[in-house]
Design a protein around this ligand. Structure first.
Ligand code: GLC
Length: 743
């Protein structure tokens, strides 16, 4: 007995000693808020100030004295940016940081497949974790308002519902690794020209119905651990310290408990940074670490200037403690999360994921006379590949999402690898685009220099096309300045470098011309009637060539759908017909009013009588075909808080297995405020074997029927008549069923 008591007392002593030794903030068995309060109570005001701003280009300090580690952030949404010097944008020259480039987020959105979004987040999160990064500076979910926006390729299209549904699994997948996302750019960063001084003027209804939902979904359904404030202004305040967007909406209405991180150089005012919801300041322009008399990071708004304001009584410390709580929580969830494993980097699984996502995201826009798939296995056949984009590296460039990759398979390489015995794959450049290949010190290593003239290149391509069985033109944009690139917009809808001329000339000499468009934006296609097939192929990253060959050959049956409208001409886009969109730089703040309001993309196209899109939102063909039965609804009159289920049978009526994304749109037949003809409120991607039929069901509730009433400042669903519309594309309606919402 005595012995047992001795052992027990020794154990208790050890336990109490241990608990005395393990402070609450370090004890991961304790609730996170308790740990935060404990850490906060131990910190000096100087330590609190140091915690809420950067210490280097991409890191912020922890609390060394308490063993609270630094926080390391990294770009970007498509892969892990290579290491830069402490206080520079340029390369640190590491040799262990060449990553996998996953497809651009427009491609992910085009999969319309939440599973792909989760696979994407999981994979890129593992790469970030392996590289020792705690915060991934992505994904971006700014709405596609104009096809000229230089960064649309980093985002998820024109529809808030699609972007919202696709961003949530990505967020969950990344954060399962103990790596935080930083959803960006919050908010209203819809073009790049004047990005630092555009003051967006937009009505509340449009803000809440179009520009906020994807961020709200990322925060409320994805539980994003951080959000990045954008460069532009809203209501005359910069978005990275904006009382309306950050205090009232993000933290107030949505209950966001994470940290707001500024965009790099997006913080302009100390008092606003203190009062208007900024928690962690990065990238502020100071005179660097070289000439400054002291560590210039101390000169950040949330650095010593803030401390001075506290000391002279201008502000109290309640905002400081709130910021510190949020940053501590971010650190506890990531850098201090001992259970988060070690990630993985450049694994076969990550390449396979990139290839799978790309294969589900490529969109077959046109396919006449079965020009596609191409038979790559017919001995003696001759295939001509034309275009600089068939060989040019696309993972270098485009701005902060630029990458240093372990490998990138070009379209030409992918096609040559896929071609069977006896199949000749020829190449002609066709034109000269951008021979550069460098961003931030990362070089593509390609020599694209060219001595021949445009005429010679054109003549060569045309003559080779004459005796080719099939001509595949790989064109589009290339992430150079003004060609899908951060901090610059495109100057027009057309293809650059006279590609149209080459495409038209080729169409004259072949009846089997396939155009593969590599871009993150819609482009004009004046030659569309002369080209048998068109693929939208995105910036697919490391596996680009494999994915393009997979789809061209039919090894993968394309199943992507457009996440944004392809207008025939720029004026068909309301940002340009109604405005305002600015194409000129001005020195100080410039107001841009979103005059089209909620009528963005197909919401606008559906109302036009005279014009129609070149390709519609949600459009995407397959190598098979699908028929739809008549949609049915189980409740004709839904009670105010009730639900209904819309079901429709879909059959694969073709010869090969394929995936179809069934889209559900809701049309409100009588509303007190004007509403679009229809709005996307559901989608389901299904795989069907030839002849197979599946029943696809969608649940409708009051959220699906609601619109935002700015007067009441809330979402409301008005009783009355509605229609559920099932479609294969926004312009390819396969059935409607009427129902009512009861009083
Ligand atoms: C850039 C971008 C942002 C990026 C950050 C760090 O200017 O706007 O998306 O994450 O700065 O590179």
């Amino acid at each position: 007995m005595r012995k047992a008591l001795c052992v027990l007392s020794a154990l208790l002593a050890t336990a109490s000693l241990a608990s005395a030794q393990t402070p609450v903030y370090l004890d991961e068995t304790k609730p996170i808020d308790e740990r935060v309060e404990d850490a906060l109570s131990r910190m000096t005001v100087e330590e609190k100030i140091k915690l809420i701003h950067a210490q280097s280009k991409f890191s912020s300090s922890g609390v060394p004295r308490l063993g609270i580690p630094e926080l390391w952030t990294t770009d970007g949404p498509h892969g892990i940016r290579p290491e830069v010097f402490w206080d520079e944008w340029d390369q640190a020259g590491w040799t262990n940081d060449s990553c996998v480039a996953f497809p651009a987020l427009t491609c992910l959105a085009a999969t319309w497949n939440e599973e792909m979004a989760h696979l994407y987040g999981k994979s890129i999160g593992e790469e970030a974790l392996y590289r020792g990064k705690d915060v991934l500076l992505g994904p971006g979910v700014n709405i596609y308002r104009t096809p000229l926006n230089g960064r649309n390729f980093e985002y998820m299209g024109e529809d808030p519902y699609l972007a919202g549904e696709m961003v949530v699994p990505y967020v969950i997948g990344v954060q399962e690794n103990g790596v935080a996302v930083c959803v960006k750019h919050f908010a209203l960063n819809n073009h790049e020209v004047n990005r630092h001084n555009t003051n967006v003027v937009v009505d509340d209804r449009t803000l809440y119905e179009i520009y906020l939902p994807a961020f709200k979904a990322a925060v409320q359904k994805g539980h994003a651990w951080s959000v990045m404030g954008s460069y532009n202004l809203y209501k005359e305040q910069h978005a990275s310290h904006n009382e309306y967007l950050l205090n009232d909406i993000l933290k107030g209405e949505w209950g966001f408990d994470g940290a707001v991180i500024s965009d790099w150089g997006a913080t302009h005012d100390t008092y606003q940074a203190v009062k208007n919801g900024l928690d962690l300041e990065f990238g502020t322009g100071t005179d660097g670490l070289h000439s400054a008399s002291r560590n210039s990071y101390d000169n950040y708004h949330l650095g010593l200037p803030y401390l001075d304001m506290i000391k002279d009584g201008t502000v109290g410390t309640e905002e400081l403690d709130d910021k510190v709580r949020r940053v501590l929580k971010l650190i506890f969830r990531t850098a201090m999360n001992s259970g988060r494993g070690f990630g993985s980097f450049c694994s076969d699984e990550h390449y396979a994921a990139a290839r799978r996502i790309g294969g589900e995201g490529v969109v077959l826009l046109k396919n006449e006379g079965d020009a596609l798939p191409v038979d790559f296995d017919k001995p003696g056949s001759k295939i001509l590949v034309v275009g600089e984009n068939a060989v040019k590296m696309m993972t270098v460039g485009g701005g902060s999402s630029s990458l240093k990759v372990q490998r990138e398979i070009s379209p030409l390489e992918g096609i040559r690898e896929r071609a069977g015995e006896g199949v000749e794959v020829m190449y002609a450049r066709g034109y000269v685009g951008d021979v550069s290949g460098e961003y931030n010190g990362v070089t593509s290593g390609q020599d694209l220099s060219e001595t021949r003239s445009g005429e010679e290149l054109l003549a060569e391509a045309v003559s080779m096309a004459r005796d080719a069985d099939c001509v595949i033109f790989i064109g589009g944009l290339n992430k150079s300045v003004n060609q899908d690139c951060e901090d610059s917009d495109r100057k027009g809808l057309g293809l650059p470098y006279d590609q149209d001329k080459v495409i038209s000339a080729l169409a004259e000499v072949t009846d089997r011309l396939v155009y593969v468009n590599i871009s993150g934006n819609a482009v004009a296609m004046p030659w569309i009637d002369d080209v048998e097939a068109v693929l939208q192929a995105w910036y697919i990253g490391s596996e680009a060539g494999h994915v393009i060959a997979d789809v061209l050959s039919g090894d993968v049956n394309p199943s992507g759908k457009l996440p944004f409208t392809f207008p025939a001409v720029l004026e068909d886009c309301p940002a340009h017909s109604l405005g305002e969109y600015t194409g000129v730089h001005v020195r100080d703040t410039v107001d841009i009013e979103y005059k089209e309001g909620i009528y963005v993309g197909y919401r606008w196209a559906d109302m036009q009588k005279k014009s129609k899109p070149l390709f519609a939102f949600g459009h995407g063909l397959s190598y098979t075909s699908f028929s739809y039965g008549k949609p049915v609804i189980d409740v004709k009159k839904i009670s105010p808080d009730g639900k209904a289920t819309v079901s429709v049978d879909v059959t694969n009526t073709g010869q090969v297995e394929g995936k179809e994304t069934v889209q559900l749109y809701i049309s409100d037949k009588s509303s007190s405020l004007p509403r679009p003809v229809k709005e996307l409120k559901g989608f389901r991607k299904i795989s069907l074997k030839p002849g197979e039929t599946a029943t696809v069901s969608f649940e409708i509730d009051r959220e699906s029927l609601s619109f935002f009433d700015p007067e009441r400042h809330e979402w409301i669903a008005e009783p009355g008549k509605f229609e559920a519309i099932v479609a294969s594309a926004s312009d390819d309606i396969r059935g409607k069923v009427a129902f009512e919402l009861a009083e």
